[in-house]
Design a protein around this ligand. Structure first.
Ligand SMILES: [Zn+2]
Length: 91
């Protein structure tokens, strides 16, 4: 009887821990949803470059793209190529 009680207590604690972990994972999922996927970032790169070339701050207008470019080297390279292409044609 005593052991059974011990076990259930421990099980309950483990379950509590699992719930805590689960909500932590959910939080991570939620931030991942806010972040752009490469595909979405690509779609906004034109716009982002436009704003930058106009002399405005693209990070203020498109903070998600800015964030993505900081995190993702592939897109950053893509963006730099786009930017130099645009500069070559407009400059
Ligand atoms: Zn990317």
């Amino acid at each position: 009887m005593f052991f059974k009680l011990m076990f259930s207590r421990r099980a309950r604690r483990a379950m509590k821990e699992m719930t805590r972990l689960k909500s932590m994972i959910n939080m991570v999922d939620a931030t991942a949803e806010i972040e752009l996927a490469c595909e979405e970032a690509h779609r906004l790169l034109d716009q982002y470059a436009d704003v930058l070339l106009r002399g405005e701050d693209p990070g203020a207008l498109l903070p998600q793209v800015k964030h993505h470019l900081e995190m993702c080297m592939d897109c950053r390279e893509e963006f730099e190529m786009l930017l130099s292409a645009l500069r070559a044609t407009t400059g």
